[in-house]
Ligand binder design. Structure first.
Ligand SMILES: Cc1ncc(COP(=O)(O)O)c(C=O)c1O
Ligand SMILES: N[C@@H](CCCC[NH3+])C(=O)O
Length: 461
């Protein structure tokens, strides 16, 4: 007996999932906001992406695999660039980075935000123009700062007084004058998971605005005169739907801009409002378009500048998730289907928390669909779980799948482009899946699957 049947039999003993989750009229339907733009269900019933059937992709590249719709990724880059015309759009590389994506982002005219020596190395290896790089991080090492200076990184976003001292010293001795932004903690409580909110007072990033540290950082850099202070930076968190957080952040940071002008006679020419724009992970999510975001953000920046008689600074934003997140889905093969009577049905797939830690880490919600075929069976409430030795190894907490889902079927989980491959691990020595880019009927591996030899290569002795 399937859990949905058990639920009907046992009344409230059965799990019905969260209140928002609806039993779908058509369990095979693809809800457009969840899927990359070229994904369709073919007349035979399975999914295709970029004109290639996922059954074929599974046969050629194995499962699990992250499938990237390259046209979708590029379209999202272009959408942000067009909506924020005149601003610099930095793709936040932490969401997902590899050389092919760096090149795509470069070709689409975006800038790139990196936050470690490793991310910087990938960007440079792909030939990304260093002057279009921004370098983040709350604890950049001396070596990382030296490399940023050597490479000629366009903007370094300074995050602490220790870093200012370190970078000032390195710049003095190397005779370089890097462009810097000050990361400001604006005190906004972003409505998102606590671990991915970054602008409330009690956290590790940035200089506090309320406590005066942000002003003091600007004063120190201007007094030293070694670093080229270009502007202020704010990033309030990630997966944010409510644009009022960005508006409050812009208002507060422009007050600081006016304070610096009044005290020091300097109007900083640039303003970076970070990323964090939310995407749809479930049928209930309805994210803003880049056009909506741009309209609201530009309006608040312009009106605040007018109020304080400031020139409108050159704007930057840093979307990661909103560019790569919806462009990718993960394809898994089902290994077992287990009914835990009266509670729920567990559908085990061949990956799990090693390729998507977000469900375990943030209690994130995802969706899923049967991908190799369509089905006329009734929808069944299921939990998609992985193969790891951990009961919290959940990929999709609750989703309706056809009741005849069986071992050997393929299941696709959308919205996995951001913070899945980039946060993947080798837990249980499970090799990390490949990333396969699909476009115009052709597929190519852009990150290969890890092998057991890769795992053993680090094992010394
Ligand atoms: C400084 C900074 N910029 C940009 C981003 C990108 O965020 P998101 O991928 O949510 O757009 C992050 C991550 O949260 C960040 O820390
Ligand atoms: N890794 C987080 C977002 C944090 C981004 C870095 N500040 C996520 O998966 O949602």
């Amino acid at each position: 007996m399937r859990a949905h049947e058990a639920g009907a039999l046992h009344g409230d003993l059965g799990s019905r999932g969260p209140a928002w989750l609806r039993n779908p009229e058509d369990v095979n339907a693809l809800v457009p906001q969840l899927w990359p733009r070229t994904v369709t269900r073919t007349p035979e019933g399975g999914l295709s992406v970029g004109g290639v059937s996922v059954t074929e992709l599974a046969a050629d590249y194995g499962t699990p695999a992250y499938l990237l719709d390259e046209d979708d990724l590029r379209a999202r880059c272009r959408d942000f660039k067009a909506a924020f015309a005149g601003a610099d759009v930095y793709y936040a590389g932490k969401s997902f980075l590899c050389k092919a994506v760096v090149r795509a982002v470069e070709e689409e005219g975006l800038f790139l935000d990196v936050c470690s020596g490793g991310e910087l190395a990938v960007a440079l290896a792909a030939g990304f123009p260093p002057e279009r790089l921004g370098f983040h991080g709350n604890n950049k090492s001396v070596r990382e700062l030296e490399r940023a200076l050597e490479a000629g990184v366009g903007r370094i976003i300074v995050d602490s007084f220790d870093e200012i001292a370190r970078l000032t010293e390195l710049s003095r001795t190397s005779g370089k004058r890097p462009g810097v932004l000050i990361r400001v903690t604006v005190g906004v409580e972003a409505h998102t998971h606590e671990f991915i909110a970054t602008a409330h007072e009690d956290q590790k990033f940035g200089f506090s605005l309320a406590g005066g540290a942000a002003f003091a950082a600007a004063a120190r850099i201007l007094d030293d005169g070694v670093l080229d202070l270009r502007g202020l930076h704010s990033h309030i968190g990630s997966q944010i739907f409510d644009t009022s957080g960005f508006e409050v952040a812009a208002r507060r940071i422009l007050e600081l801009q006016a304070q610096i002008r009044d005290a020091r006679g300097v109007e900083l020419p640039e303003l970076d409002l970070g990323g964090g724009f939310g995407i749809a992970y479930t049928t209930q999510d309805n994210p803003s378009t880049p056009g909506d975001l741009a309209k609201r953000i530009n309006k608040i920046v312009e009106s605040e500048c007018e109020l304080a008689s400031l020139r409108v600074p050159h704007l930057s934003i840093e979307p990661g998730r909103a560019i790569v997140g919806p462009a990718v889905f993960t394809l898994y093969e089902v290994g077992t289907v287990k009914d835990v009577d009266g509670i729920r049905t567990y559908v085990s797939v061949d990956g799990g928390m090693s390729d998507n830690i977000r469900t375990a880490l943030y209690d994130a919600s995802y969706s899923a669909t049967l991908a190799n075929r369509s089905s006329a069976a009734e929808p069944m409430l299921a939990r998609v779980v992985g193969k790891h030795c951990e009961s919290g190894d959940i990929v999709v907490k609750d989703e309706f799948l056809p009741a005849d889902v069986q071992p050997g079927d393929l299941v696709a989980v959308p919205g996995t482009g951001a913070y899945c491959r980039s946060m993947a691990s080798n837990y249980n020595h499970v090799p990390r899946p490949p990333v396969v880019a699909v476009r115009d009927g052709a597929a190519r591996v852009i990150v290969r699957r890890e092998t057991e030899d890769d795992l053993l290569a680090l094992d010394v002795g």
